[in-house]
Structure formats: structure tokens, C-alpha cells
Design a protein around this ligand. Structure first.
Ligand SMILES: [Fe+2]
Length: 191
């Protein structure tokens, strides 16, 4: 059921859904014999995976940390899934390295990368849905919207400039114009 409470995962998950989908699309259309295209895919992959790592780090350091203070068991499943997903990210990153470095094998590595990436997309998307359905309910139970806003500020103020720029890059194409404008204003303070 929808309610009017603050949705903690709204912005980060929009950016992540877009980033992973874009990576799936690009890895499907890349010409692997073209080193320029391979390099672009490599850069995109590194950026998207970095965004996922920043997200898991900040969720655990802020939202889940506060949640554990209320209920020590409440964060177990999320952390377990983060660990599993982190292993998959490492595997995908090392495949991406090999695609770039072993040019003559790129076609073989790229097939494996694509197959594993779409499996990862399924896993990561279902992880986000579960957080939105289960963890979000717990956060609403223990915290007011004001407190949830404070958690968000805690995360935002801990971000480095480059980290904020990655979020903005993937979020901005996925939000209505007034929010887009707000993020573009914030971006100016980092440049
Ligand atoms: Fe998560």
C-alpha cells in the first residue's frame, strides 16, 4: 500500500536502476574488437560499480546503523545480500579488466560478462525491491520523516565531490525538472 511517508530509497534506487540498465544495454551493443568502445564500456562499468559500492557503504554506515540501534536483527538480511552482491561485483569487475586487457579473448570474456551481468541485474533489482518493501517499513516504524531526513543529510554530507557527481549523473535523467534543477544547483557547489 502506498503512503505519504518519506521514501528513503527513492533517489538512490532510481539512479541505480538506470545505471545497471545502461550497463546491460551498452555491454550488449559494444563492438568488442574496437578498443575505443571497449574502453568506454570499461569506464561506464567502473563508475556504475563504484556507485553501488558507495550505496552499500552509506546504507550500512547510516540507515542500517540507526536501525540496528532499535532492532539489532533488522539489518541482517540486507547486509547478507550486500555481501553476496559485493562478491558478484568483484567478479564482474575482474571480467571487465580482462576484456580490456586480453583484446584477442574479448569476445569470449564479453559473453561471460553479459550473461553474469544480466543475472546480477535480476539479483540487484530484487534486492532493491525487498529493501523498498521490507526495510522501508521498518524504517517507518522506528523513525519519523524528520529523522529519516536527518539520515539522508548525514549521508549527503559524508559524500566526496566525485561521489556526489556520480549520483547526480545517474539520477538527473530520471527525475522531474524541479528536482533535476535542484541537483544541478547542488552540483555547482562541487565544481
Ligand atoms: Fe541495499
Amino acid at each position: 500500500m502506498q503512503n505519504s511517508r518519506k521514501k528513503v530509497y527513492d533517489f538512490p534506487h532510481k539512479a541505480i536502476r538506470y545505471g545497471i540498465s545502461k550497463l546491460v544495454q551498452e555491454s550488449s551493443k559494444t563492438e568488442y574488437s574496437d578498443s575505443k568502445e571497449v574502453f568506454q564500456l570499461f569506464e561506464l562499468g567502473k563508475e556504475v560499480f563504484q556507485m553501488l559500492k558507495i550505496h552499500a557503504r552509506d546504507e550500512e554506515a547510516v540507515s542500517l546503523k540507526h536501525l540496528e540501534e532499535k532492532d539489532p536483527q533488522a539489518s541482517l538480511k540486507d547486509k547478507e545480500e550486500h555481501k553476496y552482491l559485493e562478491e558478484k561485483i568483484e567478479e564482474l569487475e575482474s571480467l571487465l579488466d580482462r576484456i580490456k586487457e586480453e583484446v584477442e579473448q574479448a569476445n569470449i570474456h564479453s559473453e561471460e560478462f553479459y550473461t553474469k551481468l544480466i543475472r546480477f541485474q535480476t539479483d540487484y533489482f530484487s534486492h532493491m525491491s525487498r529493501e523498498e518493501e521490507e526495510t522501508q517499513v521498518r524504517l517507518h516504524l522506528y523513525f519519523s520523516d524528520q529523522e529519516l531526513d536527518d539520515h539522508q543529510k548525514e549521508i549527503m554530507s559524508s559524500l566526496g565531490g566525485d561521489e556526489f557527481k556520480i549520483w547526480a549523473k545517474y539520477l538527473i535523467p530520471n527525475v522531474p525538472t524541479p528536482i533535476k534543477n535542484r541537483f544541478e544547483e547542488m552540483l555547482k557547489t562541487y565544481s
